[in-house]
Design a protein around this ligand. Structure first.
Ligand SMILES: Cc1cc2nc3c(=O)[nH]c(=O)nc-3n(C[C@H](O)[C@H](O)[C@H](O)COP(=O)(O)OP(=O)(O)OC[C@H]3O[C@@H](n4cnc5c(N)ncnc54)[C@H](O)[C@@H]3O)c2cc1C
Length: 378
């Protein structure tokens, strides 16, 4: 059940368990509870700005015209109903961990006994005089709306900033969906840094073959007078700018009272509990696991892996059960969509993606993505 906004506005709510955000980890946790026939303590809530959870892994495929928007979204109502959660369709404005309280974006206050945060991250924006609109790749619904606008009113030139997997996939997808737009990709350092040289070469070739202008080793420092500037040098004009520049902590984490890492992400131990507030769990991009020498990357794969541990530990904190620990896998499989139904594959130092293999890898990626969606549509 969605609580009507008027009701939320006029009251201070209190819940034994608050799930903040419908990210990958919470979707998995709710599905695990549902499959086990478990219910959350009565009065528990899920706080999410939208009544759907959007799956970013399929967003490039949607832009490339391979999936409808509906295919990329999971309706939260049936999931919540199954485990006894109430869905509150509003955002979180701030967290006051020492008072065990959240402020919501409609001005209401929400107290909790146990809080689980899975609100993700957002790409960092560029220093700008406002002369070019910056369009972050996340959140998904806002990006989708901008892309739908471009489908009617395409810019003559479009630049994607970022050199990671999301930037690569989005560039190919936008190039396909806006064929009359001149598309560029600009990034500092190497394309797909951290992946094998073989994969980097395959990806670079693919971009150039599709007519994308690639600017490597180009650190964009600012936007001024309608141009992108990279260390004193102006880049070619652009009418639109997409930011796929990695993950930055959401601003409200800073004043939450929850311990953070050097970049403002929320610090957790191997039980995914906040380092200084054990009544708060954090998962997905929002969390930095401090118990390993090198924290694992922020990606959907790791967020999904957090899910079963969150499912167990959150309910265990209402009983005498002991908590589970999260052991990150050393490497994660990455399948990078190439906007034509194909994909490149990367696993540690191993990579693949020659022309004859790409369609098969693409079918594998589709299978994994569609299976994830199917399992979470109860
Ligand atoms: C285009 C693109 C493609 C990607 N493809 C892949 C891929 O193929 N594989 C992969 O592993 N990773 C991929 N990623 C990275 C992946 O999207 C993230 O790492 C992953 O989404 C993180 O999951 P999460 O559970 O932390 O949160 P998310 O899935 O980002 O969800 C966060 C949730 O929190 C909600 N939220 C945000 N702010 C608030 C607030 N203030 N109050 C309440 N709720 C809030 C949002 O509405 C959202 O529901 C991709 C990223 C992009 C941009």
């Amino acid at each position: 059940m969605t609580i009507p906004e008027q009701q939320i506005n006029s009251s201070s709510l209190s819940a034994p368990l608050v799930l903040a955000g419908a990210g990958h980890a919470h979707l998995v946790a709710i599905r695990v509870w549902a499959e086990a026939g478990l219910r959350v303590p009565e009065g528990s809530v899920l706080v999410s700005p939208t009544s759907k959870a959007w799956y970013s892994g399929m967003m490039p495929g949607m832009i490339a015209g391979r999936f409808t928007p509906e295919a990329c979204a999971i309706d939260l109502q049936p999931l919540c109903k199954k485990v006894g959660l109430r869905l509150i369709s509003v955002g979180i404005a701030s967290c006051h961990a020492s008072e065990k309280r959240l402020e919501l974006t409609d001005g209401a206050s929400l107290s909790y006994k146990v809080l689980s945060i899975n609100t993700g991250s957002q790409p960092p924006t560029l220093t700008s005089d406002g002369s070019i609109q910056q369009v972050p790749a996340k959140p998904f619904p806002a990006f989708k709306e901008q892309w739908q606008y471009w489908m009617h009113e395409a810019p003559s030139r479009l630049t994607v900033v970022g050199g990671g997997a999301a930037a690569f996939e989005l560039t190919l997808a936008l190039q396909k969906s806006l064929p009359h737009t001149k598309t560029s990709l600009v990034f500092n350092g190497r394309l797909l840094d951290g992946h094998s040289r073989h994969l980097q070469a395959l990806a670079g070739r693919l971009l150039r073959n599709r007519g994308v202008s690639v600017y490597e080793q180009t650190r964009v420092t600012r936007i001024e007078q309608g141009r992108l500037w990279a260390e004193g040098q102006a880049l070619p004009d652009t009418g639109a700018l997409v930011l796929a520049t990695g993950a930055r902590a959401l601003p409200w984490y800073a004043d939450s009272g929850l311990q953070q890492d050097d970049d403002g992400f929320l610090a957790v131990g191997n039980t995914l509990q906040s380092k200084n507030h054990p009544d708060v769990f954090v998962s997905g991009d929002a969390a930095t696991l401090m118990s390993t020498a090198k924290p694992h990357p922020r990606s959907g794969v790791y967020a999904v892996r957090h899910g079963p541990v969150i499912a167990h530990n959150v309910l265990a904190s209402f009983s005498a059960d002991s908590l589970q620990t999260f052991q990150p896998q050393r490497q994660a499989l990455a399948l990078l969509a190439t906007a034509d139904g194909g994909a490149l594959m990367s696993y540690g130092r191993f990579s693949a993606g020659t022309a004859w293999l790409r369609p098969l890898l693409g079918r594998w990626k589709d299978y994994l993505d569609l299976e994830f969606m199917r399992r979470h549509r109860l």
